[in-house]
Design a protein around this ligand. Sequence first.
Ligand SMILES: C[S@@+](CC[C@H](N)C(=O)[O-])C[C@H]1O[C@@H](n2cnc3c(N)ncnc32)[C@H](O)[C@@H]1O
Length: 383
Amino acid sequence: MILQTITEEEIKFNFDNEEGYPIHPIHSIHPYPAKFPSQLPSKILDRYAIKGQTVLDPFCGSGTTLVEARIFGANAIGVDVNGLSVLLSKVKSTPLSLKQLDKINLFISRINKKILDWKSNNRPQIKAKEIEGRHHWFQENVSEEITFLLNEINKENEIDVQDFLKIALSSIIVKVSNQESDTRFAAIHKNIPDYYTLERFSKKLSEYSLIIAGLSKIISKKNTLNVYNADARNLDFIKDCSIDIIITSPPYANTYDYYLYHKFRKRWLDIDVKFAQYNEIGSRREYSSLKKKPEEWNNDLIKCFKEIYRVLKGKHFAFVVIGDSVIKKDIIKIDKIICDFAPTIGFVIKNILSSDLENHSKIFNPSFAKKGKKEHLIILQKI
Ligand SMILES: C[S@@+](CC[C@H](N)C(=O)[O-])C[C@H]1O[C@@H](n2cnc3c(N)ncnc32)[C@H](O)[C@@H]1O
């Protein structure tokens, strides 16, 4: 199906209570900043894609588009510079077999038995794994229990099961650390008792295994999934004209440091931080700390859009959610910038739906809604 025009009536920015587009509970597992609502990709796919087509999200974050693509019955390709995002996206969009789910249930039973054994017969001595900042950010008993869980997880030989266990562990890391919360990077004293880390992990893993069991029943094994830890400015591992539809949301310039957000999770899981640190585009590090000029943001976006153009099939569409931002006190009207450069690449702008950021703080942190910034859904067609 080739889309000619899309009106505001057809794709609204208000995704509250969208009938017919329920939010699958898989989207609630594990924190990730600035996710878009799952109804956005699900509604776009429902209206403008065909089962069996290939969907790309070159900034896949927590994998929202990939999950919805798989539920819809499409092949999904995700790319993100952040290693934790790649692991999370892969885990959320990979169905597990009954045998694999049994393995997870056995793992939960083993951990629960250990907790009972340790409570009744003394806790063994465990040498905690050393990670940078551990003594400031983690209690010793917590570090020992995380180390124990990691050792157990590393014994698992099936990669999909191991990855699933890692995501369950990763999800509790901030809660059991001295960090105040996922959104507040301050150290506080939480006085976490012995066994709390093990018990919380076991509870999360039980919850998550039920969710993935449900999802696994509705995802077709016929479709493929590929998630790459790579830079969207260079997608040379994806063939020219091979993608049917792109649904994505690049960073909003000078708003986040995604590479920093999951710092401790990545350290415990041995996920590289540097690749994301040096290749993340639009980060606060680049535009607030290193004081890069706004033109560099435009150049990075142009590189990404050229790649999006190259991999997309002729006449097909890219749906891009992106927000205005502020660099050196100047507001960057990103819709205008994209309207200027997209036609020079070969795109036709089919529609731009804009909304004040403060009107839908459900999608993004309300603090971004300052200074008249807007968020846009930009619909581009390759000619
Ligand atoms: C707005 S978030 C995407 C959120 C996603 N739509 C979701 O629902 O979870 C933007 C993502 O772009 C990623 N990113 C930043 N620079 C990148 C680059 N050069 N190449 C690929 N991904 C990048 C960040 O790591 C982050 O995950």
